[in-house]
Design a protein around this ligand. Sequence first.
Ligand code: AHM
Ligand code: MG
Length: 336
Amino acid sequence: MILQKKFMTLERFIYEQEQLYPNATGQFSGLLHDLSLAAKLVWREVSKAGLVNILGVTHKTNTSGDVVKKLDEFADETVYKAMDHGGHVCVMASEENEDILHIPDEYKAGKYVLLFDPLDGSSNIDANITLGTIFSIYNRISPGGKGTLDDCLQSGSNQVAAGYIIYGTSTMFVYTTGHGVHGFTLDPSVGEFLLSHENIRIPKKGKIYSMNEGNYRNWSSELQRYVDYLKESDKETARPYSMRYIGTMAGDAHRTLLYGGIFAYPGDKKNPEGKLRLCYECNPMAFIIEQAGGRSSNGKQSILNVQPTSLHQHTPVFLGSEEDVKLCEEFLQGKR
Ligand code: AHM
Ligand code: MG
């Protein structure tokens, strides 16, 4: 039998990357390792969601007003518990919790800050549609002890790593540390993430747009004109574009990363800042997409340059292939 590629597990990849930095303490590798364990635990529950009595609504709402399902709570607790005692993290913040999450007193606080959306796309749980977990990692800026809110409110350009786990037809762990984007696919039979997508590059231009077009009437006329333009026929520019929309950002952004095109959740007349959260969803995805050679924008500037002022703040987001996002910005800015 001839094997085409050497087996590279996520663990080994992280270890080999660490060797490139002689001063590395191992904290960062430990953090990624703990995250991959959390991912497997969440995957295990997600993949049997239809089999056990875990579905259903808890009748609580999260800080953004969404109804929280039990699986969200499970994912939220699992990520926190997998990360709280490793000594790598000094503070965390999760989309499902109003305030920052401190490390329990009995455990050592590390030098990293972790922000996460534990279960992205939760409205899709009952329909057996792709879900995700999204994470963002920063260096702490507070001098020591417990981490602070300021540690969590750093602009996306300060991220030292970001990624997501997508629970789809297969489960993938995709991340960047600022040196390219790498994807690992879970082999469930051995419980290992194996390198399947090394150094992912997003196409310069695509032919898919991904937005909730049900909001069209509330969009600005500039955005309406852009989407109208995508629907016109023109062979040279591959129009009309196809529309694909799952309603799970991790899934829609992942498809955009691999196939190119544009994913957006714009602001509209009802919600000028859109629906997606800067710290938990937009920053990590923007880092990934830009690292893969794509572009991110809030309509005016890179998402990564937006300074967060509150944990749960929303932002309009446009990300994907460089040419597509640039063109969209031109429309939004009235240049087309
Ligand atoms: P959440 O499930 O973590 O709350 O995420 C919100 C989701 C995103 O994944 C997705 O892009 C968006 O909400 C879909 O919103 P809509 O149903 O308005 O299109
Ligand atoms: Mg989400």
